[in-house]
Structure formats: C-alpha cells, structure tokens
Design a protein around this ligand. Sequence first.
Ligand SMILES: Nc1ncnc2c1ncn2[C@@H]1O[C@H](COS(=O)(=O)NC(=O)[C@@H](N)CS)[C@@H](O)[C@H]1O
Length: 478
Amino acid sequence: METDTGALPKKQDFSEWYNEILWRAEIMDVRYPVKGLYVWFPYGFAIRKFVYQHLRELLDRDHKETLFPLLIPEQEFMKEAEHIKGFEDEVYWVTHGGTTPLEVKLALRPTSETAIYPMFALWVRSHADLPIKIYQIVNTFRYETKQTRPLIRLREITSFMESHTVHATWDEAEIQVESEIALTREFYRNLCIPIIISKRPDWDKFPGADYTIAVDAIMPNGKTLQIGTVHHLGNHFSRTFNIQYEDKNGEQKEAYQTCYGISERCIAALISLHGDDKGLILPPTVATFQVVIVPITIGKRHEDVLAAAGKLKNDLENAGLRVTLDTRDLRPGAKYYWWEIRGVPLRLELGPRDLDSGKAMAVTRTGEKTTICLANAAEDTTSILTGITDAIRAKAGEHTKSHLCTTHTMDGLDIALNEGKVAVVHWCRDRTCGDTIEEKANSSLLGTEVRSEYIEATDGPCIICGKPGKATLVGRTY
Ligand SMILES: Nc1ncnc2c1ncn2[C@@H]1O[C@H](COS(=O)(=O)NC(=O)[C@@H](N)CS)[C@@H](O)[C@H]1O
C-alpha cells in the first residue's frame, strides 16, 4: 500500500511522531469510523504475530491456551460487587438479537473473570483438579472516557492476553504471581523494553483483587505506560462464584486465584522506545523482516547481481531468517528509505564489485556499517543481528536510566516530573500523604516494592510527614 513520502516529525515531538509512524510504517489505520477502534495493516499485524508468538511460547511452558465466549450474561457480570464498581462505567451491553429485545442483557467482556469463573466453579471439585492455569488472547471492550490512542488506550482491545489461575492456597497463588512476573521480565527482555515493577497502592488495584503488581515502561516523553499487570485475587472471586474444592481430608475449601494481563500496549512500547527520526527500529526477534537485500543493479552484470542476491536470500532463509529481496524498479536510496521507516534491522547491499570480493555491505538500522562474507552469509548475518539486539537493548536501558531519579523533597519531585522523569520518593503509605503527593505534584503514585535494575529502592522518611516511609514510584501516566 502506497503511503505518503516526506520527512517524519522529529521523535522529540513524540505525539506527532507516534501518530505519523503508525501510518507511514503501515502499523495501524486509524480511520475506522468508531472511536477507539483501529485497523491493523498487514505489516503491523505481522509484528503483532511475532510478539504474541513469543508470549505464547512463554505462557505455554506453564499454562494451557483456551477460548471463552465474548458475551457475559448480566447476572454473572453483576455478581462481584467490587468488580462491577470498577467496570460499570466501562462495560458495553448487547440488548437485542436482531429486532428482538434480549431477556437477559449481555456484557461485551471488558476482561473475562465473570465469563470464566462460573465455569471454574463447574471444573473444580477436588484438590486433584488444581492448579488450573489457562490463558486466552482475545479482544475485549472498555468504554474508555479518557483520550483514546491506537495501541495505548482502545475501546476494543484487540490483543488482550489474559491468564487466569486457580490454586489450593493463598501462598500457592502468590508463587504464581511471582512466576507471571518472571515470565513478564523474560517477555520484555526479548522485546528490549526495560520495565519497572511495583505494587499499586490499594486505591489503584484491580477491582476485586487482594493486590496488583504492575509493570511500567517509561515512554520517550517521560510518561509511564502500564504494559502489564498481575493480580492476586485471594479468595474474593472464588467466594462469589463458589469455586470450592474437596481437600485431602474431604473438607470443602475455597480456592485462591490470580489473573494476569498484557495488551497491545507492549507493541506501543516497542515502537515508541526503539524508533528514531527515520522511523521504526525493530528488534530482530519480532521484526516482520530481519534482513532486506537491496541489489545494486545499475550498470552491467545485472543478471549476475540478481542471481547472487537470490542465492543470498536462500542461504539466509535456510538458516531460519526472515528475508525480503527488494527488486522493485526504484533507486537504491528510495529502497533504503522505505525499509528504514519500517524498522528492518539489517540491510544487505549487493553490487557488481561485491561479487568479485565475495562480500556484501551490511548496514544496521542501529547505525553500524560492516560487511558479510557471502560464503559465510548466515553466520555473519546472525552475529550482526545479535549485535543489533544488544544495541537496541542498551539504548532503551540508557533512556530508562536517564529518566529515573530519587528525590527527597516535593520541589525535587516537581522538577523531576517537569523534566519528564519518573521519581522514587519515600512514602509512609498513609493515604492522605499519598493524595498530597499526587495533588501537589500533579502526578500518579505508581507503587511501592519497586523492582528495577535501574534504581536502588531504599527506605527513608516520608516526603510529606517524615514518618518511616517506603521507596515509592511516582510519575505522570498515560
Ligand atoms: N483501554 C485499554 N487499551 C489498551 N490496553 C489496556 C486498556 N486497558 C487496560 N489495558 C492493558 O491491559 C492490562 C490488563 O488490564 S487490567 O485491567 O489491568 N487487568 C485485567 O483486566 C485482569 N483481568 C488481568 S487480565 C493492563 O495492564 C493494561 O496494560
């Protein structure tokens, strides 16, 4: 599909850059005539496929994939008081089948606890049925009233991975929470996205959860994006939905649960953190094409060059790489531009001189220039791709580290936030001090028990009242 040409906005104008890159790199078409609903272009959908393929590989180590209905009957949805309170303003309802009014209104799942847990009540009888660990990757619907943005805040979340587990004890559920956190670390390491993990304050936890562990990334404009959440549900839902099991002594016991969610925000973070003024930069593990071969066929030996380029493509594909050979009738420079904006990590240029030297020019999207030996193409290319991954990961790490700081005063917090940074402060965990931090610094208190390789989270006197406080993450959020 032909998209516009011409310079991209600079990445420092992040909002404009982000919107333009979704169009120019053929990720999403935002022209769909319903607010908060967007269309995947095939190129963007291929990135989603590789990202979620990796997420499935990680989940399949310990969970089983399944699929539950989209529509939830009102009586089930309305069963869990806190859950309703959390979602009553966001849930879409289906009220008619054709022209016939439905006897029972049906909710479009905003998340699937109230679809799945009545079935768990049927599946769980004995301790031998536990643990249950399932997930699904589905679309969910939330009538978001804050500003909608493609991949970031949608009304139809098209790529909502939700995992739901059932355990015999609270402790086993907590072990599962830690296991999902480890899985999330591995997932985001593969995407070269640095994350900061923290425990959301009680007033910001998932409706019906005992506690929520959240995963945040720091976006180029310094705002944090919540790119994953793991919830310990205690026996809150099992009590409401009667998910009980007979233990070894024949007694009826309530089960304990977790749920865990990642949406296409992971792709928003991938695009935002790694891109530059020339466009996307995709980590090789999830790039639609890892290599683009551009034959330089100006002048003589046209056929030889094309033949050598074809052989190079085969060699690389036989080594399992995703390669495209661009033989379009365009100037090489136009091809370079086309694939740079689409974030292809490695370009191989092959001209007549290279045939004689048995080499090809290798230009990485992270700014390196080197050569590969055609006789050793697969090995040379694979090692360059590894180097590209390391460079992408290092750059994102530098960005995150430089946008994180510790401060002990409200003035310091204000300065940090106005500089587009995220701060670690000390908070006594008293709600009134929390509210003061949020109001005075126009910020969100993201959480305590901060875990990040980029910050030393120590304890100290509360930034408001001076009482003993805990390291607490504070930022401005999407
Ligand atoms: N409107 C939205 N658009 C895109 N992603 C969203 C939206 N709302 C939430 N998310 C993402 O989905 C994740 C899970 O959503 S959640 O409400 O926190 N948790 C749940 O729904 C739980 N049932 C776990 S699946 C969030 O961490 C956030 O990254």
